[in-house]
Design a protein around this ligand. Structure first.
Ligand SMILES: C[S@@+](CC[C@H](N)C(=O)[O-])C[C@H]1O[C@@H](n2cnc3c(N)ncnc32)[C@H](O)[C@@H]1O
Length: 255
């Protein structure tokens, strides 16, 4: 084996070791042909989101990046990407009765997988540890495209987060939002949101209908919103497979 081929071989080995070393949220390609065994394999769903094929020259923000699948996807398309997340699970929105005891909280920072993928992919994505509640243009600047997938559904204050996002989108820019929505409430002739924080399941506070998500984008200051797609996101592994109903909204701010 020549030295170039050897280097490639050993970097693929490093990537394989890294992929097997921990649990991953996202199925992520760490090196050509080396994919993490993530809980969410979104690779087959990317077409539902309507991201521009060519994002070169664009500045993009990924809100709630976790292992970084969407940040890396936008970087792959040529964008200059900033990725936002919290590191400490204790800082996530938890209703007091559903807050896991301290000893069950993960001590591994949320960004650990991102850091490994970042290095192995030779990525230039800048990861910023900041809650979307405190993310402002003063600190981060503004973006041609802000992406936020499956984050708002876990927030206590979805509208505040949407307002922050609206301020981070450049005039003329695009907000791509993908969230779960309530179908049953859609039978009501008004905007509604199901209250779910009293259930013993994953942390979801409010489950808006699609009409409600649209209304909330408008309330937050976006000028136009279109439904780009609806699809069932497949998740889990082995016996624990499930699907999550998702809608992708594209919102624009004019001025
Ligand atoms: C369900 S995951 C979604 C991951 C990814 N966006 C996707 O579409 O696959 C939710 C992510 O949002 C992050 N998150 C939760 N609350 C947040 C907040 N207030 N500000 C920023 N990120 C937050 C979590 O740490 C986690 O990475």
């Amino acid at each position: 084996m020549g030295s170039g081929a050897q280097a490639l071989h050993s970097s693929a080995m490093d990537a394989r070791q890294a992929a097997d070393s921990r649990r991953w949220y996202h199925a992520l390609e760490l090196a050509p042909g080396v994919v993490t065994d993530g809980w969410f394999d979104l690779r087959g769903d990317v077409h539902h989101y309507g991201l521009p094929d060519d994002m070169s020259g664009m500045r993009a923000l990924d809100v709630g990046t976790w292992d970084g699948f969407w940040a890396f996807e936008m970087e792959r398309r040529g964008a200059d990407v900033v990725a936002l997340d919290l590191d400490d699970e204790r800082e996530l929105d938890w209703p007091p009765r559903r807050r896991p005891p301290e000893h069950l909280m993960s001590d591994e920072p949320r960004g650990a997988g991102f850091a490994i993928a970042h290095e192995l992919r030779g990525s230039k994505v800048e990861r910023v540890v900041r809650s979307i509640y405190h993310a402002t243009p003063d600190e981060l600047g503004t973006f041609d495209l802000v992406f936020c997938g499956s984050v708002l559904i876990h927030l206590r204050d979805q509208l505040l987060a949407l307002e922050r996002i609206r301020d981070l989108v450049k005039p003329g820019g695009l907000f791509v939002s993908a969230e779960e929505y309530d179908r049953r409430g859609a039978l009501l002739p008004w905007a509604s949101s199901r209250y779910l924080a009293d259930r013993d399941s994953a942390v979801v506070f409010w489950m808006p209908t699609l009409r409600t998500w649209r209304a909330m984008h408008w309330t937050a200051g976006f000028d136009t919103t279109t439904v780009r797609s609806r699809f069932m996101m497949a998740a889990g592994k082995g016996d624990e497979r499930f699907t999550v109903r998702h809608a992708v909204l594209h919102s624009r701010r004019d001025g």
